[in-house]
Write a protein that binds this ligand. Structure first.
Ligand code: ADQ
Length: 468
């Protein structure tokens, strides 16, 4: 494997998962079997990686294990080790108990711990060192997401010759919230090490510029910041999905067969679907509450409509996530206990991850897709649903607080805090005529097809490369 690359991606996780049951001893990653992780980010970046013989720097997912660099699926991978303590303090701690809630409108109270902050600095430094080692002279380095916001300036200090891009996948909060963070200046200075700082929406880029002006006295012109004799550009690049991959999936006969099975399993009821990581930002309890009340009020009867909620296990050692799981499981039990009948549960809840094929079948089977986050950077599930519905059927209920709402104007948009509004919207979506469904779906598909994830990656990288 050549020592350095012209193109380097740095992300908390490597784009591969170890195949369960394969070797995990030794220090050589090639001893174990790896498969590419599912998801749009990986499929968008993988072709660029291959074309440019790039290297991906990230954690391989097992704590307390040091692995040598290895190659798989045509990608060069450099594992950055994390101890159990790093996982607890840097990942579960500062990333997911401090930054995640703070950046999502403080829908849960952020934890401010100096010990967690110290771990965040230490692990970011480790990622910066690893990236500095593999970047060729003048390389392009693309750093991903909130876990690594200090890496741009740390890397610049080590390697002033490289060109640095950073993309934040989650929202960037307004001044009034960001202000709470005891290390607020350090985070901004960290990001300002990049040449291009990318956000999902223009509003987030504006929040960043405004904060740099107020907190650091940075000079600016529109979305350009002038910092340490350099120009740092803040721009928006809304992420999207791999439309081609999803269209191929839904055309497969076994996926079509599975759609019929799912429809049979619910006895022909109208299917409402939720697909999320089990996360308090996703508004799962709000949508279930609204759905349950439609039975209570007599708008729906068991057998007429069924809610399928898939919630992928996520961050299970963080307390807020454990509390949420209990809350949802109680809620599902209560709704089924009150309104379900033998053979007709009202809510079908699964706390599991699903294959892409199964997800595609669920999207196709769903009459109404319910996406109600309280705050979300983009929300790919909404776009995946649209990408799968080449049949122009189905209705998308979408929170105004998802980044995707800016593009999917023809969704049934809703404020998830407004339970009555949510109930009305669910009914309207369930009762939409096929012609109305098609009209809305066609407009949303146009947007998603024209702005797929490949375009997202190309636009970010060409913007970074064009920078003088
Ligand atoms: P997430 O918060 O993880 O992403 P989202 O954008 O919806 O949210 O992506 C979730 C992905 O996981 C989707 O591709 C979905 O298909 C998949 N998924 C969800 N549940 C699953 C299940 N049970 N089984 C298998 N797969 C499942 C963060 C930000 C988002 C932003 C993305 C990308 O929070 O706002 O859109 O990054 O930038």
């Amino acid at each position: 494997m050549s020592q350095v690359s012209e193109f380097v991606v740095v992300a908390n996780r490597l784009p591969v998962d170890r195949v369960p049951g394969t070797a995990n001893g030794g220090t050589n990653g090639e001893g174990a079997a790896w498969r590419r992780s599912p998801g749009g980010l990986v499929s968008a970046i993988a072709p660029v990686m291959r074309r440019r013989e790039g290297t991906w720097v990230g954690w391989h997912g097992a704590p307390d294990e040091v692995l040598e660099p290895f190659e798989t699926d045509g990608m060069k991978l450099v594992p950055v080790p994390q101890s159990s303590e790093d996982v607890e303090l840097y990942y579960e701690g500062f990333s997911n108990a401090t930054l995640w809630p703070l950046y999502h409108d403080v829908v849960a109270p952020p934890v401010y711990s100096r010990e967690m902050w110290d771990a965040y600095v230490k692990v970011n430094e480790r990622f910066a060192q690893a990236a500095a080692k593999v970047a060729a002279k003048g390389a392009i380095v693309w750093i991903q997401d909130y876990q690594l916001q200090l890496v741009p300036s740390m890397l610049r200090r080590l390697r002033p010759d490289v060109r640095i891009g950073f993309f934040l996948h989650i929202p960037f909060p307004p001044l009034e919230l960001f202000w709470q963070l005891p290390w607020r200046r350090r985070i901004l200075e960290g990001l300002l090490g990049a040449d291009l700082v990318g956000f999902q929406l223009p509003g987030a880029a504006n929040n960043f510029v405004r904060l740099c002006r107020r907190l650091l006295d940075a000079r600016y012109n529109k979305q350009d910041l002038f910092w340490e004799d350099r120009v740092v550009r803040a721009r928006s690049f809304p992420i999207s999905v791999d439309v081609g991959e999803l269209e191929d999936l839904v055309a497969q006969p076994h996926v079509q067969e599975r759609v019929d099975e799912i429809r049979n399993d619910v006895g022909g009821a109208t299917i409402l679907l939720g697909v999320d990581r089990l996360d308090y930002t996703k508004g799962i309890t709000q949508r279930l509450e609204a759905f349950g009340e439609l039975f209570r009020d007599g708008h729906l009867k068991p057998g007429q409509a069924a809610f399928i909620q898939i919630a992928t296990p996520s961050r299970e050692r963080v307390e807020q996530y454990q509390l949420l799981r209990d809350q949802i499981e109680q809620q599902v039990g209560r709704i089924n206990g009150e309104y379900g009948e033998i053979g007709y549960p009202v809510v079908n809840y699964m706390h599991t991850s699903h294959t892409r094929d199964e997800l595609a079948a669920l999207y196709l089977a769903a009459d109404v897709m319910v996406v109600t986050p309280l705050r979300d950077g983009m929300n790919l599930v909404a776009k995946e649903y649209v990408a799968c519905r080449a049949d122009l059927r189905g209705a998308l209920v979408l929170s105004e607080f998802a980044g995707a709402a800016a593009e999917l104007r023809r969704a049934y948009q809703v404020n998830p805090y407004d339970i009555d509004g949510l109930k009305e919207t669910l009914l309207a979506a369930m009762h939409a005529e096929p012609a109305e469904q098609a009209r809305r779906m066609r407009a949303m598909r146009k947007r998603v097809i024209e702005h797929d994830v490949d375009r997202w990656a190309r636009e970010f990288l060409s913007s970074l490369e064009q920078q003088a």
